[in-house]
Design a protein. Sequence first.
Length: 473
Amino acid sequence: MIIKASRITAESTHRHLYRHLMRTDENEEVRIVQGREFALAEAVKDARHAQRRYGLRHVILSPEQVTSPETFQKIVTLYQREFGADPPLMIVEHQKKRADGHSYDRHWHVVFAETLINGRSLDSRFIRIRNEKVARFTELAFGHPLTSGKHNDAVIRALEVSSNPQMQRAATALKQAFWGEEETPQSTFTDKAHQVTKRKAGKSVLPAMRAHLRKRWQEGGQVLLSFIERVADEGYLLREGDKPDVWLIGKSGEAHLALHRVLGLKKKELVALLSDANRPVPLSPPRLTAREVMASKPQPVAVSPEYAQRLEALRSRIRPRWKRSECRAEVIALPYQNIVRRLENSTLGDMLERLLAALIARMLNALFGVRIDVPPITADEARERIAKACAETALARQQDVQEHFASPEVQAALQERRLLKQCLVSANPVTRQAMQEGAWTEALQSLRRKSHVPVHAVPRMPMSKTASHSGGL
């Protein structure tokens, strides 16, 4: 189950969203389950009247397996309860063939009002994590294959603290399925990149491209050199990306994808494969339902509260000073946009006052050597200063985060947290006994003595010289 949500600002109208919902050129069938366009227009007006930033929330529900109307309504109810939403304004069902050719060919678009009947705003805190929470709980409740998400740990913690026994059982099942994973999965492309390429090409490009390349990868027994030679005949080129250890694949002048995400590998695994491209990669294990996970993996050990405290202490040590969003120049610049607006809306008298202040500052500097910071005079000057200062701040924060994760203390904390999670679901009787007794050191030592082989076990080898032309490596 994939759940994606986007928020429509109140400044824009509902028409763009409504046109997207009614598009018949991209869908084989479009069916309005409930609601009318009038409800969307009224919700946007209500948001403007209440001076809200957002007017509508557009939620996409894409199940992997066949989903009955009754089950779909239960999923919508789960989403409403999670965010405290009013009943949906509109529900539209789309039918079209999925890019992989196997998943369920129907998905639903559900639109909620951002301004509730009581006048308050619809809850939006940690929206991505809570979307995953609803998706994972849905998969557990209705027997769909479990999807490993980017926020597995946060979802498990959110389910654990719930007073609902079903939520707590779901947390246990997710621990059994996902705890001990070294890395959380990354999407092959972002929704923004998908929409940009779709507008340029006039149709959905990236999902079909990803599905085609994955099919070619499976056909050749997952041998990298054979795969590159086959897709090169179709015009796909391999080139090195701007980021370290990232290789891109795509046609010249068209969209491209990160090769390691297309093939389902880690970056280090792909780099190692580039030096020995004739070696096949083991197949990934199939995705399991909750019942299959419980039958194939041991139940998590029941541990004392000290275990959760130990993990929380490690999380505090691992957590960097800056969040990822706080390292982006455009986000850092948001609080300063009021300066630009004030300058744009200033009167002639305000402009003359700023010019006089700048003239006095320059005279003091020339006559007495007194340096005074002169505030920006025009909106363009303010934008230029803000952009430069925020870019420098963002770069400094990014470097700080990189140094933080590269430090030996954080690396040791990451390793200890990973081993503690593996101890909780380990099948080793010595490890399980030590965990039940709260002997963390003995449990970690017993697990360290056991060699851990990842799904795509790729030995590290010295890099040989590679080429990015279409003829192969």
